[in-house]
Design a protein around this ligand. Structure first.
Ligand SMILES: [Mg+2]
Length: 385
């Protein structure tokens, strides 16, 4: 009665973006939910899920780690973000099913919980420095002790010009640090848009102690580029949301090139792969800082993982008091989901992930494709979103 009978992708419009959910059903009627993290390329992931479904239907849903291996290695050309995003969603759904089958929360399948609450960091941005500071005050007053900002002129009519943005961004960070002193942790996400030289110049605009973490100043394909940047700056790096395997993460960990692991459980390969990376991080005294920009299934999976690992800092939240209008956690579509208590997530103790999907509400809107902005520099050349 434990065999998989269907694996279905469900593209859902939630707030301003789409979420690709994966619904796995077993022959005794247990339903598990997973989510893919490859935002904006959902059609590719859904097609991959269809391939995997061809050989997973009929398999024992409890053989989760073996299923991971078969999905990763069966097409000869192993790995890659599209494949691992699909595998992540299936792996999360199978953990949801096993938890429900055994009547235990998913964290029990991972060794039990290390903590009862999972602290989050909140993001903020403003049209002006005054607006940014006001949002930071709202967050600190609401209890957040870790804040991340985005660069100023983040998307100026589709143009991002690093040299024009960085000076204002540095001034904003200094203003926040001056206002709150060392009572909060402060970071910035540069969305891997800079060159090594630009990233170094930016850090040199900041007095020592301004930043607690520098998130993805440059793209992550080349660890040697981060090694070059490390010779010029001393700020801890937060890297990893684009990793799609333990092998990618290992290159950074073993070279000491990330001090916070930003892994995304919906991209790296689900619980099966994320827990291996977490163990590798523990060996290097690196704390997880999970990427969590999606919906309630991603959040719940991340919270169960965060509960079960010893090495943890903050999880990203898109549900803070200054971002709650994004709508990614719409309770009409997700009537049951992990709850926040101020700046922390309360670890759910019910069976499985602790998320319910109202499929009727989810299917009520036909989602149209959402393409992210194709940013350019002021000379017309391409830069990263
Ligand atoms: Mg990021």
């Amino acid at each position: 009665m434990t065999k998989i009978v269907t694996i279905e992708p469900l593209l859902v419009r939630v707030g301003i973006r789409n979420q690709l959910l994966i619904k796995v059903t077993t022959e005794d009627g247990i339903i598990g939910w997973g989510e893919s993290g490859l935002s904006a390329r959902e059609r590719s992931v859904a097609a991959t899920v269809s391939h995997f479904s061809d050989f997973l239907v009929g398999q024992d849903s409890r053989r989760i780690s073996r299923i991971w291996q078969e999905c990763y290695r069966s097409q000869y050309f192993e790995g890659g973000r599209v494949l691992t995003a699909a595998m992540s969603a299936i792996d999360i759904a199978l953990h949801d099913i096993l938890g429900k089958r055994l009547g235990v929360p998913v964290y029990q399948l991972l060794g039990g919980k290390q903590r009862d609450a999972v602290p989050s960091f909140a993001s903020c941005m403003g049209e002006s420095r005054d607006e940014l500071l006001e949002k930071a005050r709202i967050l600190v007053n609401a209890g957040w002790d870790c804040i991340r900002i985005y660069p100023s002129n983040f998307d100026n009519g589709g143009v991002y010009d690093p040299r024009r943005s960085l000076k204002g961004t540095a001034e904003e960070l200094i203003a926040i640090r001056n206002e709150f002193g060392q009572s909060i942790a402060l970071g910035i996400d540069l969305h891997h848009r800079l060159s090594v030289a630009e990233a170094a110049s930016f850090c040199h605009m900041l007095p020592q102690g301004t930043l607690d973490f520098l998130e993805e100043p440059i793209r992550a394909e080349t660890p040697e580029a981060y090694a070059a940047l490390r010779t010029m700056v001393d700020v801890p790096f937060a890297i990893g949301e684009e990793f799609s395997s333990k092998w990618e993460a290992a290159r950074y960990l073993e070279a000491g090139l990330t001090q916070f692991m930003r892994l995304d459980i919906c991209n790296i390969g689900g619980f099966t792969e994320a827990m291996k990376v977490a163990g590798w991080c523990e060996r290097h005294y690196v704390d997880l800082m999970p990427h969590n920009p999606l919906g309630p299934v991603c959040t719940a999976a991340s919270i169960h993982m965060a509960a079960a690992v010893p090495n943890f800092s903050w999880i990203e939240t898109r549900q803070s008091v200054v971002e709650s209008d994004l709508g990614f956690h719409d309770p009409k579509i997700f009537p049951k989901q992990v709850q926040m208590d101020g700046p922390v997530y309360v670890v759910p103790d019910g069976p499985g992930l602790g998320v319910e999907v109202d499929e009727k509400a989810a299917r009520a809107v036909t989602p149209e494709h959402v393409e992210p902005p194709h940013l350019r520099r002021s000379d017309g050349s391409v830069t990263n979103w």
